[in-house]
Structures are given as C-alpha cells and as structure tokens.
Design a binder for this molecule. Structure first.
Ligand SMILES: [Mg+2]
Length: 228
C-alpha cells in the first residue's frame, strides 16, 4: 500500500519573503479602492485564501459577494506573479526541499500531493516559480473550502483518482508548518509531520500535538519517519 504525503506550501516548501501578503494588499488598493494602511494585521499562517479574503472584507466592512471575491483573488494572483518575477524578489525555496522531493519522487511507494490554503492558481504560481510544481500529482486548495479542516477529503479523493488506489488513513501524512496543518490532519484522520521552518518553533508545534516535528525537511529525518 503506497503512502500519501500531502504538503502544505508556505512555510513548508517555500518562503515568499512576505510578497504573498503584499500582493493581498496590492489587490485591496486596486479592487477595493482602499489604502493598504486601512488593513489591520492579517493572520496569514495556515489560513486559506478564502478565509483571509473573508476576514479582509469583514474588517474593511465590504459586502461579501462571490463576484467581488473572485475579482479580488484574480487581482491578488496578478500581483503575486508580478512580485515573484521582480528582479529583487526576496523569496526562496526552503532548505533541502528539492533534495527531499527528488528522493521521494523516485519511489513508487510514496505519492506526493498538496494540501494548501492557497487557491490552485496561486499554488501553481508559487511552485512553478521554484520549479517544483511538477512533483505533485494533485491536491486540495482554497478553491475547495474556506475552512482548512475540510480540505483533507478533497486531496484524498483526487490523489486516489489520479493513482487509482485507495489509501489507508494511517498511511496518510500531512506535512505543514502550523498548528492549523496539525488540526487539518487530525480532522481527516491522518498524521501530521510538522516542520519548524515557518512561523512556529518546535515547541509550539509539539504543544499543538503534531505526530512528529522536524526542524526542516531533512531527507534523512523524514524518510525513516514515513516507514514507522
Ligand atoms: Mg504553511
């Protein structure tokens, strides 16, 4: 029975150097017509794009409508792409990511997918930029649900359809950097391997009851965990 690994993106695979958050503010100015200074602090870690947008509209007292949200997110994606293509883009792929993905991709008993709060188009922009999009067969995205805890079954179903197998939940691992990834793994009945490469340190991730915590995506630490 193959194992299913579902990766989060921000703080786990990539660090956009804050440019993702700035692109959200660019879209506030362009689509909502409000200066970015009006936006109170946004809690982005582990949140979904849909959840962030709802939080933004609420804080700025803007009536929520599907069309308006879609327009807002389209504008965010345009700015995200522009910022990531800029010569001084400060983002980076996190340490050892390509190495660990190469190591896992070569094995037919490990299937790689995504479980992210990014909308699919945003996930693709971020991962293509760092040339790691093609490692992942399928996934669940913010387009599927605003609540991260509802995303697991979407990822599971798409990965099962893609590979034509049925995974046993005790062979499903969610890999992410926040307590929200841990909660999301629990909600779907999977295990969470938390990595302390985002905004949470090892102690907070242990406190949030991750199944395992790694300081980074170190292949020699990750691969043995998957066999246990
Ligand atoms: Mg994350």
């Amino acid at each position: 029975m193959p194992k299913l690994l579902l990766f989060d993106i921000d703080g786990t695979l990539v660090d956009t150097g804050g440019e993702g958050g700035l692109a959200l503010l660019d879209a506030v100015e362009e689509v909502l017509g409000m200066p970015r200074e009006c936006v109170p602090h946004l809690e982005l870690a582990g949140a979904t794009d849909g959840g962030i947008t709802r939080q933004l509209f609420h804080q700025l007292d803007i009536a929520w409508s599907e069309d308006r949200v879609a327009e807002y997110l389209r504008c965010y994606l345009k700015h995200l792409e522009r910022r990531m293509k800029a010569p001084k883009f400060p983002g980076k792929l996190l340490p050892r990511v390509t190495e660990v993905l190469d190591r896992l991709r070569g094995r037919d008993d490990m299937h790689l997918g995504l479980l992210t709060g990014n909308v699919r188009a945003g996930a693709e922009i971020k991962l293509r930029h760092f040339e790691v999009w093609s490692y992942f067969a399928e996934g669940a995205f913010a387009d599927d649900a605003e609540d991260r805890n509802l995303l697991g079954p979407f990822a599971l179903r798409r990965m099962q359809n893609f590979h034509g197998v049925e995974y046993s939940l005790d062979e499903v691992f969610v890999i992410g950097d926040t307590p929200k990834d841990i909660a999301c793994a629990r909600a779907m009945g999977a295990r969470c391997i938390a990595v302390a490469t985002g905004s949470y340190d090892r102690a907070s991730l242990e406190h949030a009851d991750a199944w395992a915590v790694l300081d980074s995506l170190e292949p020699d630490a990750l691969v043995p965990l998957l066999k246990s």
